[in-house]
Design a protein around this ligand. Structure first.
Ligand SMILES: [Fe+2]
Ligand SMILES: [Fe+2]
Length: 186
């Protein structure tokens, strides 16, 4: 039902992606906390794998929605290229650039950590180091950037969709977002 609704509503699709991203980051954080408590067992492996897949596939599609469908159209509407809004668009793109490297680093750390989880029983924290420490450091960097990044997008960028675009432009954006997903082989 949700998928049907968001396919016609770019704003809803963007917000939905943020909601899911927050949930996946939370799941990754919860996994780290359990491992710190000596409760790192193999049940965490699929949780981490699901979140990594979301970060690698869905989040990349979401970033392309913003970079290819939203930001260029907003930039084209700018009356003052020196405005605060213009600065925000620039800032969003810089964050994306920084995040893509961070995603790769975190993915590698999470895979190494996941491979250390025992098939039976739970690992003590010490058995998962130093991978657990690296995972936690990279995850907190990801969370810190995404936290402020998503707030700025939700507060300052996404609402512009309803204000500056005509219904036809919003339909064109929705069509591009749908097309982007149709190209992904799952
Ligand atoms: Fe973004
Ligand atoms: Fe976003």
């Amino acid at each position: 039902m949700i998928a049907q609704d968001i396919s016609h509503d770019p704003h809803a699709r963007l917000v939905f992606a943020h909601t899911e991203l927050r949930a996946q980051l939370h799941a990754l954080l919860r996994a780290a906390r359990l491992m710190l408590l000596g409760k790192g067992d193999f049940a965490l492996a699929p949780v981490i794998a699901k979140a990594l897949r979301f970060l690698a596939v869905d989040v990349q599609l979401h970033a392309r929605d913003e970079e290819e469908s939203l930001l260029p159209r907003l930039r084209a509407k700018l009356k003052d290229p020196q405005s605060h809004f213009a600065y925000l668009l620039e800032h969003i793109e810089q964050d994306h650039h920084e995040l893509s490297q961070l995603h790769r680093d975190f993915d590698a750390a999470a895979r190494k950590l996941s491979a250390r989880l025992p098939f039976e029983g739970a690992a003590q924290r010490g058995q998962l180091e130093p991978e657990l420490k690296i995972y936690r450091e990279r995850l907190s960097s990801l969370i810190a950037i995404y936290d402020s990044h998503m707030k700025v997008e939700e507060r300052d960028i996404f609402p512009a969709l309803a204000v500056v675009f005509t219904p036809e432009e919003r339909s064109a954006i929705a069509a591009e977002m749908n097309e982007r997903r149709a190209m992904v082989v799952t």
